[in-house]
Design a protein around this ligand. Structure first.
Ligand SMILES: C[S@@+](CC[C@H](N)C(=O)[O-])C[C@H]1O[C@@H](n2cnc3c(N)ncnc32)[C@H](O)[C@@H]1O
Length: 274
C-alpha cells in the first residue's frame, strides 16, 4: 500500500466511531486515519480488548474509559514556549498590529487572543507571559480551549512539575510562577486571571469571533486534509481584519489567500483587510 493511499479501517471501525461520537462527541473520522488506526490498535492492547466491538461495549459501560480514550486519541503533548525562535517572530507583527489597529477601538483597548487546542495550558500561559513582557499599551484576555476535559482540568489548576517547565528560563520561572513544594510550580494568580479555559471542539462547535490573535499549533496535524482545511478556514473567519494566526512549526496552510490569510513570517499569517 502506498503512503498516500488511505489505509483500510480496522474491522468494526464505523460502528466504533459512531459510539464514540454518541458518547463523547468526538468525530474520529476527521482524524488522520494512519495515525488514528495505529493508536487505536495500541489502545486495544492497553485496555485488553480483542477488537473494536469489545472496546465499544467497554466505553458504553464505563464513562471514564470513554474519557480516557479521548485523551489518548487527542495527544496532549505540549510545553512552554514551544519552538522559542518562532515566538520571537511573533513580537514585531503583534506590536505593529496593536499600535496601528487597536487605538481605533477606544481609549483602553483590549487584545483578544485564543489558544485553540491548548492542551494542559502551557501554550496559553506562555502567551500570557509573552504579552506581559511585551508591555503593549493594552489589556489582554486569552480564551484557551480544548476538546479534552482532563487536559483542561490540569490547565485550570496551573501547577506544573519541574520537567514540564524545561522550556522556561530561570528568570521567567521566578517571575511568573510560585513554588508549591512537592506539587511543583503554579502560575502566578494575576496571570491565571487573564486566561479562561473552556471546552471547545474545533471539528463541531461554533467558533468565537473578533479575535486579534489565534494560536492553533500542533492540533490540525492530527486531522484529515479536509478537516484541516475546514478548521483553518474557520479560524481565519474568527480573526478581525489584520489579526494574526500563529501555527505549529511543521504546519503550512494550502492556498491561505483563498480564505483571506496572507503569510507574513514562517508559520504566521495575517487576516487580509477587505
Ligand atoms: C499536541 S497538543 C498541542 C498543544 C499546544 N497547542 C502545543 O502546541 O503545545 C494537541 C491538542 O489538540 C487537542 N485537540 C485534538 N482534537 C481536537 C479538537 N477536535 N478540538 C479541539 N482540540 C483538539 C488535543 O486534545 C490536544 O490537547
Amino acid at each position: 500500500m502506498s503512503e498516500l493511499e488511505p489505509p483500510s479501517p480496522p474491522p468494526g471501525f464505523r460502528l466504533f466511531a459512531l459510539t464514540v461520537k454518541e458518547l463523547i462527541g468526538l468525530d474520529l473520522t476527521s482524524y488522520n486515519p494512519r495515525q488514528l488506526y495505529r493508536r487505536l490498535e495500541h489502545q486495544l492492547s492497553r485496555v485488553g480488548c480483542r477488537d473494536l466491538a469489545e472496546y465499544a461495549a467497554l466505553i458504553r459501560r464505563d464513562r471514564r474509559r470513554a474519557e480516557e480514550l479521548a485523551s489518548f486519541i487527542t495527544i496532549n503533548v505540549s510545553q512552554f514556549f514551544r519552538d522559542p525562535h518562532l515566538w520571537e517572530t511573533l513580537a514585531d507583527p503583534l506590536r505593529h498590529y496593536v499600535l496601528d489597529e487597536l487605538p481605533a477601538r477606544g481609549s483602553r483597548p483590549r487584545l483578544r487572543a485564543w489558544s485553540a487546542g491548548c492542551s494542559v495550558g502551557a501554550e496559553a500561559y506562555s502567551l500570557a507571559i509573552f504579552l506581559t513582557e511585551l508591555h503593549l499599551p493594552v489589556t489582554f484576555h486569552i480564551l484557551a480551549t480544548d476538546v479534552d476535559e482532563e487536559a483542561l482540568k490540569v490547565a485550570a489548576a496551573a501547577v506544573y512539575q519541574e520537567r514540564e517547565l524545561a522550556g522556561l528560563s530561570d528568570k521567567r520561572r521566578r517571575e511568573f510562577f510560585v513554588p508549591q513544594g512537592e506539587a511543583g510550580w503554579q502560575v502566578r494568580g494575576d496571570l491565571r486571571k487573564t486566561v479562561t479555559f473552556r471546552r471547545h471542539d474545533l471539528l463541531r462547535d461554533q467558533y468565537p469571533l473578533g479575535m486579534d490573535l489565534i494560536l492553533c499549533r500542533n492540533v490540525v496535524i492530527y486531522f484529515t486534509p479536509e478537516a484541516k482545511q475546514r478548521v483553518q478556514e474557520a479560524l481565519a473567519r474568527s480573526l478581525r481584519p489584520g489579526g494574526l494566526l500563529f501555527v505549529g512549526a511543521t504546519e503550512s496552510l494550502i492556498e491561505p489567500g483563498s480564505y483571506g490569510l496572507e503569510p507574513i513570517a514562517p508559520f504566521l499569517y495575517r487576516r487580509s483587510r477587505p
